[in-house]
Design a protein around this ligand. Structure first.
Ligand code: 13P
Ligand code: ZN
Length: 271
């Protein structure tokens, strides 16, 4: 059996949480990541018949039965993951009843997965239904995106359009736009259901006055989505109070989308 600490997926979790912390997106225990793993690959590192303990889910994840995720722990700090992955991360399998998880590794101090696991697993289900290659769901509290929530209308067309105007790459990176939810109580099945509903349409969902969710095929893709939104939100927050002399016009966004061959939300432009 190979050493789990050498697994690429553990390394990706360590590096990504460290990067997110460094960027100021994950203060204290803010943020969480879940990553759908390849069962065969996990089997190279862990005895899949050895369940350390079971942890109740509190909702129905039947479509994910047998699937294995590496996930950040609730109350755990992203800044500490790299130094102690076995305490701050866990590898869980969705049990045959669809309502329980089987812990295969990690959460060494008796901990459990993020309180946002409902939103994560429901988002995985939603994304997998439209993109069978989706693997990653990521949540964090990026500073400028959050700041923008307080001064910009929380309307998905307007929010997306403003961000598309802020960096030339935006419409190419997230042509599908950004879903927006109003402020809701976090950690609940309700916010999970609302997030998943948006995830059928968007890979990015803003949680009003809280943070953002991203989903993608790889850790890099997902990180890059949030990073691009955050960069655009930063430009917005640096310029929103100043007279606007120039902007990227809608016709130019169409030019970009057509040149790069992306399928963009035409109804989010004002042509
Ligand atoms: P957890 O510590 O349970 O992952 O919660 C952090 C968070 O960002 C809540 O939205
Ligand atoms: Zn949060």
């Amino acid at each position: 059996m190979k050493d789990i600490f050498t697994a690429l997926f553990v390394e990706e979790m360590r590096k990504t949480t460290a990067n997110m912390y460094r960027l100021g997106w994950d203060e204290r225990n803010g943020g969480n990541i879940s990553y759908l793993l390849d069962t065969e690959e996990v089997g190279e590192y862990l005895d899949l018949n050895h369940v350390i303990r079971t942890i109740s889910l509190g909702f129905d994840a039947t479509p994910l039965i047998g699937k294995i995720f590496i996930v950040t722990g609730t109350g755990k700090y992203f800044k500490n993951v790299d130094a102690d992955p076995e305490t701050n991360l866990g590898i869980v399998r969705i049990a045959a009843d669809g309502h329980t998880t089987e812990l295969l590794w990690g959460f060494k101090d008796g901990g459990k997965f993020t309180s946002e696991f409902p939103a994560h697993l429901m988002s995985h289900m939603a994304r997998l239904s439209v993109d069978p290659d989706n693997r990653v769901v990521m949540h964090c509290h990026p500073t400028y995106t959050l700041a923008m929530n307080y001064v910009h209308e929380l309307d998905e067309k307007k929010f997306t359009h403003t961000l598309w105007e802020m960096c030339t790459e935006c419409i190419v990176v997230f042509p599908d736009g950004i879903g927006v939810l109003p402020w809701m109580l976090c950690g609940t099945n309700s916010i999970g259901e609302a997030t998943a509903e948006k995830m059928k349409e968007f890979r990015l969902v803003v949680w009003g006055m809280h943070g953002i969710y991203g989903a993608g095929k790889t850790m890099d893709e997902t990180f890059g989505l949030i990073e691009t939104v955050e960069k655009a939100a930063q430009i917005y927050m640096l310029t929103a109070h100043l007279p606007r002399i120039n902007t990227i016009r809608d016709e130019q966004m169409v030019e970009l989308a057509e040149y790069f061959g992306v399928n963009y939300r035409k109804d989010f432009l004002n042509l």
